[in-house]
Design a protein around this ligand. Structure first.
Ligand code: BTN
Length: 145
């Protein structure tokens, strides 16, 4: 009984330390957002570069939507369990560009969730219309695969 005490102490410290560090949130995979859009992020490289494909469910002209490439970065600096990231989607079917920035979280149920804010830049024909060319919004993504 006396010998078991140090072992129990080590065990409880190890378990306690484990529960303090959150489960790792991994950007790689297929995600769906609150608008029904899907994106696939390919494995992030050792420098944090990321690439993938975006299928939006909505657009200014929704009759001609096509899958579009995305390129960005994930921060690899510590702590990387819930990393920040940013990427740009180069829409292949319009003159617009969208930039997303966000953070990959593990929620209280242990589910990964991407909380993002985006800026969508539309093309306008003249500088007088610049004021109406940028939209802002948020999207929440959850993992499909
Ligand atoms: C366009 O309409 O010219 C391009 C498509 C823009 C889709 C936007 S990007 C932000 C928001 N989140 C989505 O998943 N889709 C819309």
């Amino acid at each position: 009984m006396v010998q078991a005490t140090p072992l129990l102490l080590v065990l409880s410290l190890a378990l306690g330390a484990h529960s303090l560090s959150p489960r790792k949130c991994n950007l790689t995979g297929t995600w769906k957002n609150d608008l029904g859009s899907n994106m696939t992020i390919l494995p992030v490289d050792e420098k944090g570069n990321l690439a993938g494909l975006y299928n939006t469910s909505v657009a200014d002209n929704s009759s001609k939507i096509h899958q579009s490439p995305l390129l960005g970065f994930q921060k690899l600096t510590n702590p990387i369990h819930q990393p920040t990231f940013g990427f740009t989607v180069n829409w292949t079917f319009s003159d617009s560009i969208t930039v997303f920035t966000g953070q990959c979280f593990v929620d209280k149920h242990g589910k990964e969730v991407l909380k993002t804010t985006w800026l969508l830049r539309l093309h306008v024909n003249n500088i007088e219309d610049d004021w109406k060319a940028t939209r802002i919004g948020t999207n929440v993504f959850t993992r499909l695969k």
